[in-house]
Ligand binder design. Structure first.
Ligand code: CMC
Length: 430
């Protein structure tokens, strides 16, 4: 049998080292290069982590070529169709599906932690009304560590669990209040008798002056959106949470760092960017012009909601959200011209040689904005919705990292290409 190693030879001196190969449950094996620097004096160079597995994880598996996404081994299609977001939270955090009793206890725990400290409520008044809600999220979620420091002992399992419960329970309240603050309307308190998505919709749209009944179709669509965004292994925001957490920063501070990373248009901000792009296209007859712009190497324009670092096939989440979008638009009798543009754009791009060759398919963000528009969520809140869903993924990944046997601060190395050592020249001699 072949040895489970790869031999790397430095051709400048003929010296070889054996690099061990580690195999996981699914997916490509990895070369364990941890000892490489000690043995060869060389680092590996991989900007953007194109070929680097930054950790071992038992949480999520993606097969980008086949378009497969599993949470703890369960296919996303089955979870979206048969599970609920809260059950998915349990699954991601504890590693297995709950029994009926476990689920009841967990849901009750989450619904009884949805209120936030009144002092935190005052915190909102410090923001400008026109602040982007993601800016408010970065600040307020980080500030949870100033209000809930009784559960910040990262070495204590129960403290970590309490922090996770608090984060999952309170993040929809913070998100809805970020929106309410921007509109200058009263902050509603959470209602513990409502389901997770229902309660969020209630906090977004209800008024103290009138009764508000959540449409079950919208609540179900919202729940599916949260499920689809819950976890996605080592993406930019999750890696940020892990990196921040590796310094032993508290979980709320680490998650807040992740929220900042999610905000960018190449990551979670793409859903907002998709709507801006569809509005810019304005009419199906202009699509070809924008597709040409996306293909032009000298034009920075990209088709937002297309392409993915890992998926080289249709993103399985995009398939589910596209279907959900059709159902919601039908149920609510919404005729959104942007949906028509999106469907036509998808059709044209999927037949285009450039997109076929580069394996650029619609990703989760392509349709998520349209469905959220139909639900009545304003564009500036799209990435905030992503944040609510992803909070459980971040905290589960953080917990996995913090409970590893060997704790190592995340500290990449670099290839220095700057100036050689030189002597300081006083300003009047320069
Ligand atoms: N439109 C046009 N060309 C594209 C696009 C696009 N959306 N995406 C990638 N390409 C081209 C790119 O120009 C490059 O061409 P070349 O090889 O000639 O230089 C090639 O495809 C590979 O692209 P890349 O930027 O090297 O790939 P990446 O893995 O570094 O980037 C991505 C992945 C998602 C950042 C990128 O596809 C993109 O910018 N997409 C648009 C933004 C978007 O929809 N982001 C949401 C991602 S899914 C949700 C999430 O996880 O947050």
């Amino acid at each position: 049998m072949a040895k489970d190693t790869v031999t790397i030879t430095d051709n400048s001196n003929g010296k070889s080292v054996e690099v061990p190969i580690i195999r996981g449950t699914h997916g490509p094996p990895v070369m364990d290069v941890r000892a490489l620097y000690k043995e060869t004096g060389m680092f590996t160079y991989d900007p953007g982590f194109l070929s680097t597995a930054s950790c071992q994880s038992k949480i999520t598996y993606i097969d980008g070529e086949k378009g497969i996404l599993l949470y703890r081994g369960y296919p996303i299609e089955q979870l979206a169709a048969q599970s609920s977001f809260l059950e998915v939270c349990y699954l991601l955090w504890y590693g297995s599906l709950p029994t009926k009793d476990e689920f009841e206890e967990f849901s009750s725990m989450i619904s009884h932690h949805t209120m936030v400290h009144e002092g935190l409520r005052d915190f909102f008044n410090g923001f400008r009304r026109d602040a982007h809600p993601m800016a408010v999220m970065v600040g307020v979620v980080g500030a949870l560590s100033a209000f809930y420091h009784d559960s910040l002992d990262i070495h204590d399992a129960r403290s970590r669990e309490i922090s996770a419960h608090r984060l999952i329970a309170k993040i929809p309240t913070i998100a809805a209040w970020a929106f309410r603050y921007s509109r200058g309307v009263p902050f509603p308190y959470p209602q513990n008798n409502l389901g997770y998505a229902e309660n969020f919709l209630h906090m977004m749209f209800s008024y103290p002056s009138e009764e508000y009944n959540v449409n079950p179709v919208i609540a179900k669509a919202m729940d599916v959106i949260f499920i689809l965004h819950a976890e996605h292994e080592q993406n930019a925001s999750t890696s940020t949470v892990r990196l921040a957490g590796s310094s032993q920063a508290n979980p709320f501070a680490s998650v807040s760092a992740g929220i900042g990373a999610l905000w960018g248009p190449a990551h979670g901000g793409a859903n907002e960017a998709v709507i801006k792009m569809l509005k810019l296209i304005e009419d199906p007859k202009n699509i070809n012009k924008f597709v040409d712009k996306a293909k032009d190497r000298n034009d920075p324009f990209r088709l937002m909601g297309f392409g993915h670092r890992v998926y080289k096939n249709y993103d399985p989440r995009a398939k589910i959200i596209r279907q959900s979008c059709l159902e919601v638009l039908k149920e609510l009798k919404v005729n959104d011209p942007l949906f028509e543009i999106a469907m036509k754009l998808e059709e044209i791009a999927l037949k285009d040689e450039y997109f076929i060759k580069k394996k650029l398919y619609p990703n989760v963000d392509f349709y998520s904005g349209i469905i959220q528009r139909a639900i009545g969520i304003p564009t500036s809140m799209f990435t905030v919705i992503f944040t609510i869903g992803r909070a459980i993924g971040w905290i589960s990944q953080w917990q996995e990292m913090i409970t590893e046997k060997v704790q190592k601060i995340g500290r990449p190395r670099q290839l220095y290409v700057g100036a050689k050592t030189r002597d300081y020249v006083p300003v009047n001699e320069r």
